[in-house]
Design a protein around this ligand. Structure first.
Ligand code: SAM
Length: 448
């Protein structure tokens, strides 16, 4: 989203050329079949194919020493020394402190890389929109709540952790320069440009996720769900490899992960056009399923039973106050939680007593495969009537929570002239809203 004008000129030379020279110097190797350009890409800089590329071809390699993170920054020693005071829930603070230093230091080893961003005014995540704009354009999408939480956390983290730390090191940072505004911009930069190395499978349940890091060149690739390249991690280097053939002139697209449009807008500031995001999802707040279940109770006894059922579901960690059930284009993506919730909510008193006494039902007939199938688009119409009713009513409550109704959004999307007159924020918000509403509407149809 950054415009060329906004990219800092590195004394007398083109910032991209200086960056590419720096890349050569640090041992980053680019296949001759690809090049970086800001023409012919979906969003400013991106990578294009100069020649046909086969599946499995190596597009570039980045030696680990060329990655920018807490272990490679000049301020490594102080970060290491202050480790205990820098711990926070996100694990982003050390990288953000490193970036604050490297971004503003004229002698930084990373200068040719970071000079690609003269300032961060081109980042247009919803966290930079006014609260009113977010609440109006994105009501119901889950983004306004996520951004409110981010903004509170950023402010708290800066005040409680970052500011005390930088004040202790006046030789490296200056609170007048390394302000909360810069910190917020760098958070957005890290959100949209950093990479997180996946944990080995055996560590997944035990270890905290790896901290984020900046990966020069790899972060110039744009994303689509139907991507054609993927980043691989080896002990010596990171490798971008094509995952299918790419024709000459086509853009090389990485994947930022399986991202729904609301996640893309929240974390990266863009959304894929309606229909093209195969990973799009819609959330149904768990509280809406509860609300639907309350509606079908006919007596105080039934209401008491419902409360007991819900507490048990909470104890089983199937539902939670702010939890959501997630639906993708092909059905439920949280099938264990959704299936267990529907099953328990629809039990008779006797079944529920029995279930509680036996601390669960015999799992044999409720394996993962069965739950997945039952809550897929193919399975949903055959759910028992009360199960279907609960999903239907919860989807309806969720649809009603959006600001604009679905038909109005549809008309706007299909009206070329009207759409062209919308601001970029209005367009991106519309793509997110309409994608979610389509999934919810499909759910209504499948459960009526
Ligand atoms: N295009 C970026 C640039 O010129 O700096 C390089 C990619 S950077 C990792 C991620 C940013 O690129 C996102 O925050 C978004 O602004 C943009 N982007 C990536 N994929 C996109 C897409 N499919 N459509 C629109 N913008 C995209």
């Amino acid at each position: 989203m950054a415009t060329d004008a906004k990219r800092l000129k590195t004394e007398g030379s083109d910032p991209l050329q200086s960056f590419l020279q720096w890349c050569e110097g640090v041992g980053l190797k680019l296949n001759n079949k690809v090049y970086i350009s800001n023409e012919g890409t979906v969003a400013e800089y991106g990578m294009l194919a100069k020649e046909d590329i086969d599946e499995g071809e190596l597009l570039f390699t980045i030696p680990r020493m060329a990655l920018l993170h807490q272990g490679t920054t000049k301020v490594l020693a102080v970060l290491e020394e202050g480790k205990a005071s820098l711990e926070n829930t996100s694990g982003w603070v050390p990288l953000l402190l490193a970036l604050m230093y490297e971004y503003t230091s004229p002698q930084s080893h990373w200068r040719p890389y970071l000079s690609l961003w003269s300032d961060f005014t081109a980042l247009d995540h919803p966290m930079f929109w006014s609260k009113d704009e977010r609440d109006r354009l994105l009501k119901g999408t889950g983004i306004p709540e996520a951004v409110d939480t981010d903004l509170t956390n950023i402010q708290k983290e800066y005040k409680d952790i970052v500011l005390p730390f930088i004040t202790l090191h006046p030789d490296l940072w200056d609170p007048e320069r390394h302000t909360l505004d810069l910190y917020r911009s760098l958070v957005a930069f890290v959100m949209a440009y950093s990479f997180q190395e996946p944990l080995d499978e055996e560590d997944e349940d035990e270890k905290d996720p790896n901290p984020p890091m900046m990966v020069p060149i790899a972060d110039m690739l744009n994303h689509v769900s139907n991507h054609n390249a993927n980043l691989e991690y080896t002990p010596e280097c990171l490798k971008m490899v094509s995952v299918r053939s790419i024709r000459k002139g086509e853009e090389v697209f990485n994947t930022y992960g399986q991202m729904a449009n609301w996640q893309l807008l929240h974390m990266y500031g863009f959304a894929e056009p309606y229909q093209s995001n195969s990973n799009d999802t819609a959330d149904i707040p768990m509280s809406n399923v509860y609300k639907a279940a309350v509606q079908v109770t006919r007596s105080e006894a039934e209401q008491r039973l419902l409360v007991e059922k819900w507490s048990l579901l909470c104890e089983m960690e199937m539902v939670g106050d702010k939890g959501v059930f997630i639906f993708g284009k092909s059905g439920s993506l949280t099938d264990t939680e959704m299936y267990t919730t529907l099953k328990i909510l629809c039990m008779s008193v006797e079944e529920f007593e029995d279930f509680r006494e036996n601390e669960g039902w015999e799992e044999a007939d409720d394996d993962e495969e069965k739950m997945l199938q039952a809550l897929s688009n193919e399975g949903l119409p055959s759910l028992p009537p009360l199960w279907r009713h609960l999903v239907h009513a919860a989807a309806r409550f969720t649809l009603d929570s959006y600001g604009e109704d679905m038909l109005k959004d549809k008309v706007l999307l299909e009206d070329k002239d009207g759409y062209a007159k919308l601001s970029s924020r209005q367009r991106r918000a519309l793509q997110v809203r309409y994608g979610q509403k389509t999934i919810l509407h499909q759910l209504l149809e499948l459960t009526k």
